[in-house]
Design a protein around this ligand. Structure first.
Ligand code: FAD
Length: 292
């Protein structure tokens, strides 16, 4: 059982609880990216089980007509066991999702996985879509497709984004959640912010759509709105369950707003990460524990 304190960030343990959450969020115009918690599996059966759960989740989302899509992690789908395993499992999910018009996001993990993730994304984005990047290919729930996440803290990302401009699907822009070595990554937060803005500027100018602004940062949100006004490019906001939810509901009145909501029995390390990344979250957790 997930304690109430962790429920802020985690939608439940079962797919049914996750879908209940989607239903509630949809009522407030917030769409949901559902993620089954799990990463770095070194056992093929566990990989197969999670892939099967994603396929069944996709079928449930399609059958219930909810505004939802899914997001998977490469190491959850066996990347640590080999790129062939990852691609095989990913394709079973993307194929099932494409048949049912459900969008699949691929999260980005640490820098050792970037090439394998972008290569798999490109292959399946081309295979499961009819043409180059265009607004009509780019739906989340409802029209199928594949999207990938890129991290502003990695120095390589500017080049990766140029490559992605010619690939169908969507791109989620985030600052980057992994501690990376200084020779390949910007480690200073001001530098990461500058880079994030530069990536958004490139995308709003050169993409036909499919931009996902994955940030809680008011400055980045404002910048995205300005760029949208300047270039008219389609975009969406994405934020995490439990983080700035008031802002999510507010933005959802005017913009496409997607909430990333994880669920599953492996919630402890995710909850720990959310609590540790921000002292206000740590304080909230402590208050819940001491009952004040
Ligand atoms: P930060 O730089 O952390 O904070 C900037 C400002 O935002 C703060 O000063 C504050 O004003 C506001 N803010 C931030 N958090 C809070 C809060 N809890 N409460 C109130 N205000 C807050 N990373 C990856 O590496 N790979 C992924 O695949 C990936 N997927 C993601 C998907 C989504 C939908 C989101 C939202 C993030 C994802 N991330 C991923 C995480 C991302 O890389 C960042 O680590 C995380 O979003 C924190 O950066 P930020 O831009 O939100 O703001």
């Amino acid at each position: 059982m997930i304690p109430p304190i962790a429920r802020r960030f985690v939608a439940g343990e079962s797919p049914a609880e996750a879908l209940d959450h989607v239903r509630r969020a949809n009522r407030r115009n917030v769409k949901v990216i559902v993620n089954l918690l799990g990463e770095h599996y070194d056992d093929r059966d566990t990989v197969r089980n999670d892939a099967a759960e994603y396929r069944s989740l996709v079928a449930d989302i399609a059958a219930s007509d909810l505004d939802a899509c899914i997001s998977v992690k490469p190491s959850q789908l066996g990347l640590d066991l080999g790129e062939d395993v990852f691609r095989e499992e990913l394709e079973t999910i993307v194929g099932t999702a494409a048949d049912r018009g459900i969008f699949v996001w691929i999260d980005m993990e640490d820098h050792t996985t970037t090439d394998a993730t972008l290569d798999a994304h490109e292959e399946f984005a081309r295979k499961y879509s009819d043409g180059e990047r265009s607004a009509s290919d780019l739906g989340s729930g409802g029209t199928g497709g594949v999207g990938v996440c890129v991290q502003a803290n990695l120095k390589r990302t500017r080049e990766d984004v140029k490559r992605l401009a010619g690939v169908p699907g969507k791109v989620r822009f985030v600052k980057g959640a992994y501690d990376e070595p200084a020779d390949i990554a910007y480690t200073d937060s001001d530098r990461v912010n500058t880079e994030y803005e530069a990536l958004l500027e490139f995308a709003f100018e050169h993409f036909d759509g499919g931009i996902a602004v994955g940030s809680h940062d008011p400055a980045m949100i404002e910048r995205a709105i300005d760029l949208h006004e300047e270039y008219g490019t389609d975009f969406e906001f994405q934020m995490l369950r439990g983080v700035r939810e008031d802002a999510q509901y507010e933005l959802a009145r005017e913009y496409d707003m997607w909430q990333y909501a994880p669920y599953g029995s492996r919630w402890k390390s995710y909850f720990y990460r959310r609590v540790m990344e921000r002292k206000e979250n740590l304080w909230f957790a402590l208050r819940a524990v001491i009952g004040r």
